[in-house]
Design a binder for this molecule. Structure first.
Ligand code: HMG
Ligand code: MG
Length: 298
C-alpha cells in the first residue's frame, strides 16, 4: 500500500534550469535552492558537472554550490556523468551525486555520447571514487516509458539497467519518463517490474508532464509503496536532448495531491509556491503548475 511519508526530490534547479534558452544568473539559482530548502524540501538537485559545451546552462554549478546555504538534513545532489564530473563535484564539497543512464541506446548516444554498456563501464570508477569519498550515488534511467528517437522501450531493458546501477552502488534508481509519454497502467507495470528486482525502497519516480499524465502516473507508482518522487518547482524544465519534452511534474501539484491524500512530505505548500513564483518571475513567465496558478488567483 501507499507510504505515509513521501520524500520529494526537487530537480528544478537542475532539470528545470538546464533547459532554459538563456543563462540564469547564479544569484537566481542560489535564491531558488535556498527558498526550496526553506520550504522544507529534503533533497534539491542543484546542478550538473557535465561538459559546458553540451549544457552551458549548468557551467556555473560550482559557483552555485559555493553560495547556497546548506541546511542540516537537506541533500544537494548534482549530476556527474564521468570521473571528471565527480572530481569537480568533490572539489565543490558535495555529499551526493547522480549518474545517468538510459534504457534506450539512441537516447544514450544523444545524451552522453556513448552506448548504454559504455556508460555503465564509465560509471563503475565513478561509483568507486564516490564510495571512497563517502559520497552517495543516485542512479537515473531515462526513457523508461518511451524514447524520442527509438519509440518503444522494453521494460526488461529498464529493469536490466536499474539492476546494474544498484549492483554498482547506487542507493536508489530514479525512473525517468523523459518525454512524459507514459500512462498509469504502463507506468505502474514498469515501476513494479523494477521494484520487484531492486526493492521498492530503492525505486524513485521521475516523470515529465509533457502529456499531462505525470501526476496520475505518480499516483499509480505510489500504490506500489514507492516513496520517493522527483518533481520540479513551478513545473520548470525539459531536457536539451529530448526535443519537445516539457518540464517535470510540478512540485506544487504533487504536494497538493499528497496533502489531500494525508501523505506527509514535510513541505510547506505556500512557501514552495512562493519559491516557484520567484524563479518564474526572474525568468519572465508564470509557473506552469496548476496548483501554483490556483493559489496565485486566490
Ligand atoms: P564527450 O564529448 O564524449 O566527452 O561528452 P569527452 O570526454 O570526449 O570530453 C569532451 C570535452 O568535454 C572535453 O573538453 C572534456 O574536458 C569536457 P575539451 O577538451 O573539448 O575542451 N568534459 C567535461 N567538462 C566538464 N565536466 C565534465 C566533463 N566531461 C568532459 N564532467 C559527456 C561526454 C558525458 C561529457 C557529454 O555528453 C555531456 O556532458 N553530457 C551531458 C548531457 C546532459 O547533461 N544531459 C542532461 C541531463 S540528463 C537528463 O536530463 C535526464 C534526467 O532528468 C532523467 C530523465 O528525465 O529521464 C536525469
Ligand atoms: Mg528529467
Amino acid at each position: 500500500g501507499r507510504a505515509s511519508y513521501v520524500r520529494i526530490v526537487d530537480v528544478g534547479p537542475r532539470d528545470g534550469l538546464q533547459n532554459e534558452p538563456g543563462l540564469v544568473p547564479v544569484e537566481a539559482k542560489v535564491a531558488l535552492i535556498d527558498a526550496l530548502g526553506a520550504a522544507g524540501l529534503p533533497a534539491i538537485e542543484s546542478g550538473s558537472f557535465v561538459s559546458p559545451k553540451w549544457v552551458p546552462q549548468m557551467a556555473d554549478t560550482a559557483a552555485v554550490l559555493a553560495r547556497i546555504q546548506r541546511r542540516e538534513g537537506v541533500r544537494y545532489p548534482v549530476l556527474t556523468p564521468n570521473l571528471k564530473g565527480l572530481e569537480l563535484a568533490i572539489t565543490a564539497g558535495v555529499s551526493e551525486v547522480a549518474v545517468f543512464a538510459a534504457a534506450s541506446e539512441a537516447f544514450s548516444l544523444k545524451n552522453i555520447n556513448c552506448t548504454i554498456a559504455q556508460s555503465l563501464q564509465r560509471f563503475a570508477p565513478v561509483m568507486d571514487l564516490a564510495r571512497a569519498n563517502g559520497i552517495a550515488v543516485r542512479g537515473y534511467v531515462s526513457c523508461v516509458l518511451g524514447c524520442p528517437y527509438q519509440g518503444a522501450v522494453p521494460v526488461a531493458k529498464v529493469v536490466e539497467v536499474s539492476e546494474a546501477l544498484v549492483a554498482m552502488g547506487s542507493y536508489e534508481v530514479s525512473l525517468g519518463d523523459t518525454i512524459g509519454v507514459g500512462t498509469p497502467d504502463k507506468a505502474k507495470a514498469m515501476a513494479r517490474a523494477v521494484a520487484d528486482q531492486i526493492g521498492t525502497d530503492r525505486t524513485a519516480l521521475h516523470f515529465h508532464d509533457t502529456y499531462g499524465q505525470a501526476l496520475a502516473n505518480v499516483l499509480a507508482g505510489l500504490e506500489l509503496g514507492i516513496a520517493t518522487v522527483d518533481a520540479s518547482v513551478a513545473g520548470l524544465g525539459g531536457c536539451p536532448y529530448a526535443k519537445g519534452a516539457s518540464g517535470n511534474l510540478a512540485t506544487e501539484d504533487l504536494v497538493y495531491m499528497l496533502d489531500g491524500l494525508g501523505v506527509e512530505t514535510g513541505i510547506d505548500l505556500d512557501r514552495l509556491a512562493a519559491a516557484g513564483r520567484a524563479i518564474t518571475a526572474a525568468l519572465g513567465r508564470a509557473p506552469t503548475s496548476r496548483v501554483a496558478q490556483a493559489l496565485a488567483a486566490k
